[in-house]
Design a protein around this ligand. Structure first.
Ligand code: UDP
Length: 329
């Protein structure tokens, strides 16, 4: 029996495939390669270039492979783009998930681990954020991810499918092998953008606002290593395979760092002065997002290995220094 990873050529998906293969699992990867990279797919995974919005393509995979469980990363994930082109997000994220769930029901595949996000909470009511806190997304991306969680919930009620939604905070870092890492086009995330400065690809980093109610005025985020996120998907799948009920879990380190603190850590790791310039706030950015991951630790037995920001940034730097142009290198 194999695990089907949808979006397994993307950043978090490709790292999860590496962990699954290292754990001895049989893995099938599906990706339409719109934002993923063929080079990011582990050579031992069976790869299908297919689109989850196409029912016949999904049916063909479920008929060809013996799929025991699904891990679903296949979605668009840029907050800014979701605000200027919301229908692109409804089409791929919700439309794609609708077709996927229809095909899973038709083929009797009843377990799914889903890549969700802290963006489902919107402006948090308290820090750290608990899974039971209110979900009021402030952008269309977070809204589609929350709707995808709800689609799994109601499909589960009707068809006895079980799901785990993993709400990640700020994913960063790269696989220890140096073979895969973060590569987005365009890049919008803080740590890879900071590291473009010592890589000679930009001359400074922009700091989006320094008038937030935080200790130095810049936004606070909870940075979590991508390999720790990947491990959580395997634990969530095993939880479902052992009969666990559908549930939602936060994944973060539970420690917040300001944008200025992240830049300082990157200066230390790279030895480069990394000039920073304060710019206006970015629309839709909450002041603070920090997870309580106690539930994932207790129920799934999750233990993040990388709890130190310097080690996380060093792991990102090892990848970006050797791949300044991402997978094109
Ligand atoms: N950020 C910034 N400059 C940049 C990119 C991001 O100051 O060039 C800030 C952003 O406003 C947020 C934090 O860095 O407070 C993390 O942003 P990112 O896009 O990496 O992740 P998000 O928190 O949006 O998921």
């Amino acid at each position: 029996m194999a695990i089907l990873v949808l979006g397994g050529a993307g950043y978090i998906g490709s790292h999860t495939v590496y962990e699954l293969i290292e754990a001895g699992r049989d893995v099938v990867v599906v990706d339409n390669l719109l934002t993923g990279f063929r080079e990011a797919v582990h050579p031992k995974a069976r790869f299908y270039q297919a689109d989850i919005r196409k029912r016949e393509e999904m049916d063909r995979i479920f008929e060809t492979e013996h799929i025991d469980g699904v891990i679903h990363f296949a979605a668009f994930s840029q907050v800014g783009e979701s605000m200027t082109n919301p229908l692109k997000y409804y089409d791929n994220n919700m439309g794609g998930t609708t077709v996927l769930l229809q095909s899973m029901v038709a083929h009797g595949v009843d377990k799914i681990v889903f890549s969700s996000t802290a963006a489902t909470y919107g402006e948090p009511e308290r820090i750290p954020i608990l899974e039971s806190d209110a979900t009021r997304p402030t952008n269309c991306y977070g809204e589609t991810k929350l709707a995808m969680e709800q689609m799994m919930k109601w499909t589960g009620v009707a068809h006895a499918m079980r799901y785990v939604a993993l709400r990640y905070f700020n994913a960063c870092g790269a696989h220890a092998s140096g073979k895969i890492g973060e590569a987005h086009d365009p890049e919008t995330h803080l740590i890879p953008l900071i590291l473009q400065v010592p890589n000679g690809r930009r001359d400074h980093i922009s700091v989006f606002g320094n008038d937030y109610p935080t200790k130095d005025g810049t936004c606070v985020r909870d940075y979590i290593h991508v390999s720790d996120l990947a491990q959580a998907h395997i634990l969530a799948l095993d939880y479902l395979m052992n009969g666990g009920e559908s549930d939602v879990f936060n994944l973060g380190n539970g420690v917040g760092f300001t944008v200025n603190e992240v830049i300082d850590v990157a200066r230390k790791v790279t030895g480069h002065p990394i000039p920073a310039e304060v710019c206006p706030r970015r629309a839709g950015d909450p002041a603070q997002l920090v997870a309580s991951s106690e539930k994932a630790k207790k129920v799934l037995g999750w233990k993040p290995k990388y709890d130190d920001l310097e080690t996380i940034v060093a792991s990102a730097w090892a990848w970006h220094r050797s791949h300044p142009n991402g997978f094109a290198d």
